[in-house]
Design a protein around this ligand. Structure first.
Ligand code: EPZ
Length: 422
């Protein structure tokens, strides 16, 4: 395994280019299973999770070629119905091959994703939606076995105890594109990644209305064609760099983001006193000033403050004088980063689904361990801000969702290098 070694205390300065969005690329790769032609996807980030999804497609007999950020998929060689536990257990997003396989091939056997450190990852809403479309679904030895002679349009409510579900919306929307009749999804996820998937499906020939709103309407068609589609930029990667600039009191220009996808994040950073200017919608200039202000943050479904930015915001509040309160409404247990931040001298106390953060002057460098993708990002940010050498182990968590992380940080003046763990 590898670790990142960071010499902190250096302000980040310069320009950073945002990569394609992981959480758009993954369901869009799954959507290629619905088509009868070659799909050419651009701006696909080079990430572990993308590599995992490509492995799953290849295991299904699908031809996939990747060159730089372009991925070409030809699903006509499809030869299997199973997405194995070995692959699905490493990445929950693999579960969103279920809807396309069911819609296109009438049968699918996909491993249940299991839990992960950010909390239990149930799939009841996925299964509720697919059953509503007429699928018969059983659970056999940890696998979901779904079959349907024909999927028929339905009216389904996909809200759960924690609000809308991104991948359940994706799974059911994809299945509905080839169902007979009209499907309405109430309480659909409004995330930009779901909208990007819808745009890609529409380019394939699907008939979808209302994406980006809680009410989706999908009119089933007989078939979908191959497509050329460019994935939207990654708003969470962009937000992570905004927080990094604020934490290191640096000055960055984040290029290639869609500022309109970052409304809640920019709003919260400004409330904390971070100087942010949006230039023509795709350039975000951020300057971290010394005296930031503590804030209250509650994570919510889009357009609310994203749970995927919670750990990064906490890291910033750890070095912001005063008391901040961060409440996690999407994954109440998503606080694996707290213990590690406290090892670096942070003062964070958990109270149920809330973290009370008492800001400190500076964090102290220390060896810490990554546990999940966004918690690892928070530890890197803390290491960049702390004085001295911080080592973040199990860096494979970061490689799941941040393309060329250390290269991008080095160009911004950070001292960070990757080493083998002893
Ligand atoms: C997507 O996961 C993202 N992953 C996650 O990003 C993100 O944190 C999450 O949405 C919330 O925004 C991808 O898009 C690949 P959900 P997803 O279904 O779709 C509950 C990252 O760091 N729920 O929107 O799996 C669930 O437990 C990753 O990039 C049910 O109860 O999340 C959670 O509390 C981490 N039943 C809430 O809904 C279900 O059937 C939202 O989960 C499904 C979900």
């Amino acid at each position: 395994m590898e670790k990142l070694v960071i010499e902190g205390g250096r302000p980040l300065r310069g320009t950073v280019q945002v990569s394609g969005a992981k959480n758009a690329a993954l369901p869009i790769l799954a959507a290629t299973l619905l088509t009868d032609g070659t799909c050419e996807l651009h701006n696909v980030p080079a990430l572990r999770d993308v590599a995992t999804m490509i492995r799953i497609l290849r295991a299904l007999g699908v031809r996939v070629q990747q060159s730089n950020s372009t991925v070409s998929v030809d699903p006509r060689g499809y030869a299997g119905v199973e997405a194995s536990y070995k692959l699905v257990s490493t990445m929950r997003a693999s579960f969103c091959v279920l809807g396309p396989l069911l819609a296109k091939h009438r049968k699918a056997r996909v491993s249940l994703p299991g839990g992960c450190v950010i909390g239990p990852r149930p799939v009841d809403l996925h299964l509720k939606g697919l059953r509503a479309l007429g699928a018969s679904i059983t659970i056999e030895s940890g696998y979901v076995v779904a079959e349907a002679k024909e999927l028929r349009g339905a009216h389904v409510f996909l809200g759960g105890a924690y609000g809308s579900s991104v991948l359940a919306t994706a799974n059911v929307m994809m299945a509905a594109t080839l169902a007979r009749g009209t499907t309405v999804i109430e309480n659909a996820a409004c995330e930009p990644e779901v909208s990007d998937l819808a745009d890609c499906l529409i380019a394939m020939g699907a008939k979808i209305h209302g994406h980006g709103t809680p009410r989706l309407e999908i009119l089933g068609v007989r078939e979908l064609a191959g497509v050329t589609h460019s994935v939207i930029p990654d708003r969470i990667e962009a937000g992570t760099y905004l927080a990094a600039a604020a934490m290191t009191r640096g000055a960055l220009t984040v290029v290639g983001a869609r500022a309109e996808h970052l409304g809640a994040v920019v709003d919260k950073l400004r409330e904390a006193g971070v100087d942010i200017t949006v230039v023509n919608g795709s350039q975000i200039r951020v300057r971290g000033r010394r005296a930031l202000r503590p804030v209250g943050v509650t994570t919510l479904p889009y357009p609310g403050f994203p749970t995927d930015m919670q750990a990064q915001m906490m890291a910033l509040m750890c070095v912001t004088k005063g008391i901040s309160v961060i409440t996690e409404k999407i994954y109440p247990d998503r606080f694996m980063h707290v213990a590690e931040l406290n090892r670096m001298g942070a003062q964070v106390m958990l109270e149920g689904a809330s973290a009370i953060v008492k800001g400190v002057q500076t964090l102290s460098s220390a060896p810490v361990m990554a546990s999940d993708l966004r918690a690892s990002a928070a530890l890197v940010l803390a290491g960049l801000a702390a004085h001295g050498t911080t080592e973040v182990s199990r860096v494979y968590h970061l490689d799941r969702g941040y393309e060329h992380l250390e290269e991008k940080l080095v160009t911004l003046g950070a001292s960070i290098r990757r080493e083998k763990e002893d």
